[in-house]
Design a protein. Structure first.
Length: 183
């Protein structure tokens, strides 16, 4: 994927992303071709392949942009609290709801979950260098599944709870303050 700073290239990349998201509103993802995306963006196939190898790469790019936005929002927090993380995560998903909704409605949750796993792994390693050790991979797997499926449920729920309430709920669950096991 393109990582340069050329404004013309960045515009083209954005047009390709928007073209795919627009097409996903009216057409099943499986029926959308690279040719369709290029026609909608009014760009050549060569331009597409300068940025992406497949249309899945556009979706992955969108998800990665969400996580970069989240990480940027967390940089200002010190000390960093669990509630800060859950609030920023949900805020990021909420502010990118068109993209997330398109991903979920087109049954592309596996891409969301895969990229969330990658983001959690990177974040965990930054917070705790031991997180790259084998046992921590299980924790990453657990968090990824729990958070991804909670967010997916939230987007699919016809009467979702407010974003702030969801962030608080996640913080309570992750801190062990939600489910109380009684003897």
């Amino acid at each position: 994927m393109y990582e340069g700073k050329n404004p013309t290239a960045l515009n083209s990349q954005e047009w390709l992303v928007n073209a795919l998201l627009d097409l996903m509103e009216s057409k099943p993802y499986s029926k959308i071709t690279v040719k369709d995306i290029c026609q909608k963006a009014d760009l050549s196939r060569q331009t597409f392949y300068n940025f992406f190898e497949t249309k899945d790469d556009i979706i992955v790019f969108c998800i990665q942009q969400c996580y970069l936005e989240m990480m940027e929002g967390l940089k200002t927090k010190s000390p960093l609290l669990l509630s800060d993380i859950t609030e920023q995560l949900i805020h990021t998903f909420h502010s990118n709801r068109r993209t997330i909704h398109q991903i979920i409605s087109q049954n592309l949750e596996h891409l969301l979950e895969r990229e969330l796993a990658s983001a959690i792994e990177i974040f965990a390693e930054q917070m705790n260098p031991e997180a790259s050790a084998h046992p921590y991979k299980y924790g990453t797997s657990f968090l990824t599944g729990a958070i991804a499926h909670t967010v997916i449920y939230w987007f699919k729920d016809p009467d979702p709870i407010p974003a702030k309430q969801l962030a608080e709920l996640l913080a309570d669950i992750l801190s062990g303050n939600y489910y109380i096991i009684k003897k």
